[in-house]
Ligand binder design. Structure first.
Ligand SMILES: C[S@@+](CC[C@H](N)C(=O)[O-])C[C@H]1O[C@@H](n2cnc3c(N)ncnc32)[C@H](O)[C@@H]1O
Length: 274
């Protein structure tokens, strides 16, 4: 069976803690209004599946002040960080060690099931989406960020980042059993799951909407966390991977430069009962 957590090392690295903080800063301001479209009960039960350091679990608890929010992950260090930073919100916000492949919750437990930046990093995204749907109540919602590395664009400099994505994505995905284009491919999975009201929106992380330093911090964290694995799993060496990332960072920091990461935000509704 394929390794169910092929990015375990990168996910547990300190660079991921920085990355999740920067991603939340970059993405949440555009994403938060999308939650208003869900018709939720007054005291909703919310699951943050693959919650990492709880950046977003905490924001969800703030956005829905009467919600009970459960964040689950398989990295205990992230869970400890999440618990310590949001201790004042316990027990309304709590964190548990659980895998998204096999959640502890009974069927139909949550009104809103959130899963951000997870399914691009694991094999069998369809199994995870089925498990998320299982624990979501009839009439409840899935809210997903399935990353897609064909939706990130930089300008060429001494190096052309287009070459980097072209040379690395296919071998990296093959070696890890993952789908790095799961953003576009999630639609087909959801459409085959008897779900309703499937939506696709985009958070635009670009050098106009997001502070350049926040965007640069994301790519710095990717450079520090992933260059080694790219060197091992693809024809691009570790040093060259770092050079490509540095090129992207320079592009972002150039006051006249433009770069964009289109982040898909998807939702779907479980068919209501009756
Ligand atoms: C890129 S982080 C995203 C964290 C968080 N959702 C956010 O948006 O800030 C991906 C997280 O998924 C977690 N993860 C990977 N496989 C998992 C599994 N089988 N069950 C639960 N969490 C998992 C990783 O440990 C990591 O913390």
């Amino acid at each position: 069976m394929a390794d169910l957590n092929p990015q375990a090392k990168q996910m547990a690295d300190e660079s991921m803690v920085r990355n999740l903080a920067a991603q939340a800063q970059a993405i949440w301001p555009q994403e938060a209004p999308l939650f208003q479209r869900y018709k939720l009960p007054a005291e909703p039960q919310v699951l943050d599946a693959g919650c990492g350091t709880g950046e977003i679990s905490e924001r969800l608890a703030a956005l829905f002040p009467r919600a009970r929010v459960l964040g689950v992950d398989i990295i205990d260090h992230h869970l400890e960080l999440a618990r310590s930073r949001s201790a004042s919100l316990a027990p309304r916000l709590r964190f548990e060690h659980q895998s998204v492949f096999e959640l502890d919750a009974p069927d139909h437990s949550f009104d809103l099931t959130v899963c951000r930046h997870v399914i691009h990093s694991i094999p069998h995204a369809d199994r995870v989406l089925a498990e998320l749907a299982r624990v979501t109540r009839p009439g409840g919602y899935l809210h997903l960020i399935p990353e897609d590395y064909g939706m990130i664009h930089f300008q060429a400099g001494a190096l052309d980042p287009r070459d980097f994505w072209h040379e690395t994505l296919r071998p990296f995905a093959a070696a890890t059993g993952t789908d790095l284009f799961i953003g576009r491919n999630t639609f087909r999975i959801l459409a085959g799951m008897n779900l309703q009201a499937i939506t696709m929106d985009y958070v635009v992380v670009d050098t106009i909407r997001v502070p350049r330093e926040v965007f640069a911090a994301i790519i710095e964290a990717w450079r520090d966390g992933y260059s080694e694995a790219i060197g091992e799993l693809t024809p691009v060496t570790r040093a060259r991977a770092r050079a490509y990332f540095d090129q992207m960072i320079a592009n972002i920091r150039d006051p006249k430069g433009y770069a964009v990461w289109m982040v898909p935000v998807m939702s779907a509704r479980l068919p209501p009962e009756g």
